[in-house]
Design a protein around this ligand. Structure first.
Ligand code: IMP
Ligand code: MG
Length: 174
């Protein structure tokens, strides 16, 4: 049985997400924004951030394949569920739980940019920049916390589909 060590508390997560929401409020003012939640890991983050936004907000969901039951990225990205709505001419913010190799978001930003949104921004709760693979260098607009290279769970993030419901972020000890 694996062990989970507390890394970031619920209080610190909530405070940081509120700060990020303020930055988004400043940047977009009263313009409409579509939040794109990348399932399943980003659901908790999207719920929290969205409630602090003051402009008209709609939400949409995408699901892409990632890790399976391992802690290493397969390197392949596949769409399992696409957006319901057209994003052409709209302000779009991709809400992600964590950026690791950068493959998922490189793929997604290319895909969504091709649909010609007005603005396309990336928001992630966590970033592990040391893990980035070449060719996946991204401009990330809103980052919650930069963390070292550890596998983390909680606040939406899983290990073999477990631990998503933890109200904090913990480092997994296998
Ligand atoms: P990337 O394509 O390698 O950047 O991986 C991105 C996706 O892998 C994230 O959206 C997560 O769903 C998952 N992931 C990456 N690192 C972790 C981790 O430490 N814990 C849980 N999931 C992770
Ligand atoms: Mg994710």
């Amino acid at each position: 049985m694996e062990k989970v060590n507390l890394m970031i508390s619920k209080e610190d997560i909530n405070k940081r997400l509120e700060e990020i929401a303020s930055l988004i409020n400043e940047e977009f003012k009263d313009e409409e924004v579509i939040l794109v939640c990348i399932l399943k890991g980003s659901i908790y983050i999207m719920c929290d951030i969205s409630q602090h936004l003051t402009m008209p907000v709609t939400i949409d969901f995408m699901s892409v394949s990632s890790y399976g039951d391992k802690t290493e990225s397969s390197g392949r990205v596949r769409i399992i569920k696409d957006l319901d709505e057209d994003i052409e001419g709209k302000n779009v913010i991709i809400v992600e739980d964590i950026i690791d190799s950068g493959r998922t978001l490189s793929y997604l930003t290319d895909l969504l940019k091709a649909r010609r949104p007005k603005k396309l921004k990336i928001c992630t709760l966590l970033d592990k920049p040391d893990r980035r693979v070449s060719g996946c260098i991204l401009k990330v607009d809103y980052v919650g916390f930069v963390i070292e290279d550890k596998f983390v769970v909680g606040y939406g993030m899983d290990y073999a589909q477990k631990y998503r419901n933890l109200p904090y972020i913990g480092a997994l000890e296998l």
